[in-house]
Design a protein around this ligand. Structure first.
Ligand code: NAD
Ligand code: USQ
Length: 382
């Protein structure tokens, strides 16, 4: 089975491409490498030294004998995208190729426009290109943040509502918290439309916040190492806390820290994607899976990192700093996540062993940390 991984040079995409290749799928990576450019532009670097894409792929082939096709280009360029699809002829497309940072999208008008044009137009191009491949299954990375934090349980994509004596199952209401998260809502609507009107088959994976860095494949060799962002723009909560603990920086809990989100280990990201590919949506079906394994508040995560750090001899402080975002800091949050479990997902729950390994990893590369990039600089209020 041929799988094209769009965004395969990024954090989730690289781990997924190698995992699928190892599982025997014929894998192609399509990536514009724009994320490496954004890092340069912002003056930030991943904690880990990531090799250039061609070196990464060569090393993978030398180690495993498996080759991965590479298409370097932007999905906003329709001719390039169309040619790549005709050349590779995928059975499934996993689409990770978007600008994925909420703070990046909130820097100013230019960054909001860049994010929404890159994400929404890229996905729209893909939907049009896929009309020539009606059997191909789109597996699109969405986000739990599409739902926001409603005061009722969050279902998987749809909710059954009774209104004035009539009943229907409708898309679950969306209340995203950033221009980035909004771009995902727009994508979901466009994909749903393409399924209803053109009969495309698609799975929207509403993924929670991913943590961790090692997968079986990316841990095989230093040249296969995955990115691990820690800066105030691209770094995400738990990964940031572990790196902050490793360098003796107080953990940056925004506001009261009661913000609760779905989280998952990167080893489960790759497995969830495989489960979606192996059990495709039907023609015309727009299927939504909530892709996370556990819910935590950021305050609780900070306490867990503090405890794990202390047992490794690190002295860890927690700072509740002014929240640069506008979001609820204490709220109800109860999201369903049974669809992937029903397909056979066996979660790697957050454990002390994982925190130890992530902390040790962060200690190993701590010399690469630029301390001036830790505190958040982008405000939702500006
Ligand atoms: P990332 O920035 O590490 O990787 C994204 C990749 O997509 C990069 O290599 C980038 O160069 C590429 N890309 C971006 N725009 C492109 C375009 N127009 N054409 C071609 N390539 C393009 O991001 P990530 O953390 O791996 O996230 C991947 C996807 O998963 C995103 O869609 C994100 O919204 C979603 N997601 C991520 C997380 C997380 O915690 N990292 C959580 C939930 C959902
Ligand atoms: N937070 C802190 N301290 C930090 C960083 C974040 O308290 O140092 C808080 C934020 O205020 C927020 C929560 O932690 O309440 C999550 O923030 P985050 O930066 O870890 O994650 P987020 O901005 O939501 O975005 C990340 C990915 C995005 C993905 C999303 C999944 O960057 O691509 O879509 O997680 S979800 O959160 O479920 O929408």
């Amino acid at each position: 089975m041929k799988v094209l991984v769009i965004g395969g040079d990024g954090y989730c995409g690289w781990a997924t491409a190698l995992y699928l290749s190892n599982q025997g799928y014929e894998v192609g990576i399509l990536d514009s490498l724009v994320r490496r450019y954004w890092d340069l532009e912002l003056g930030v670097e991943t904690l880990t030294p990531i090799a250039p894409i061609k070196q990464r792929l060569q090393r993978w082939q030398d180690l495993t004998g498996k080759s991965i096709d590479l298409f370097v280009g932007d999905i906003n360029n329709y001719d390039f995208l169309n040619q790549a699809l005709h050349k590779f002829e995928p059975d499934a497309i996993v689409h990770f190729g978007e600008q994925r940072s909420a703070p990046f999208s909130m820097i100013d008008r230019e960054h909001a426009v860049l994010t929404q044009v890159n994400n929404v137009v890229g996905t729209l191009n893909l939907l049009y290109a896929m009309r020539e491949f009606p059997d191909c299954h789109l597996v699109k990375l969405g986000t739990m943040g599409e739902y926001g934090t409603p005061n009722i349980d969050i279902e998987e994509g749809y909710i059954t509502i009774e209104h004035n004596g009539r009943k229907d199952t409708l898309p679950y209401p969306k209340q995203p918290g950033s221009m980035y998260h909004l771009s995902k809502v727009h994508d979901s609507h466009n994909i749903h439309f393409a399924c209803r009107i053109w009969g495309l088959r698609a799975t929207d994976l509403n993924q929670g916040v991913v943590y961790g860095v090692l997968t079986e494949e990316t841990g095989m060799d230093e040249l296969l190492i995955n990115r691990l962002d820690y800066d105030g723009i691209f770094g995400t909560a738990l990964n940031r806390f572990c790196i902050q603990a490793a360098i003796g920086h107080p953990l940056t809990v925004y506001g009261q820290g009661g913000q609760t989100r779905g989280f998952l280990d990167i080893r489960d990201t790759v497995r969830c994607v495989e489960l979606a590919i192996a059990n495709p949506a039907q023609p015309g079906e727009f299927r939504v899976f909530n892709q996370f394994t556990e819910q935590f508040s950021v305050g609780d995560l900070a306490l867990m990192v503090k405890k794990a750090g202390q047992s490794l001899g690190l002295s860890v402080e927690i700072n509740n700093i002014d929240n640069p975002r506008i979001e609820k800091e204490e709220h109800y949050f109860n999201a369903k996540n049974t669809n992937l479990l029903n397909l056979g997902l066996q979660p790697h729950y957050l454990s002390e062993a994982l925190l130890d390994s992530l902390l040790n990893f962060a200690v190993k590369y701590q010399h690469r940390v630029d301390h001036s990039q830790i505190l958040p600089k982008v405000s939702w209020r500006r």
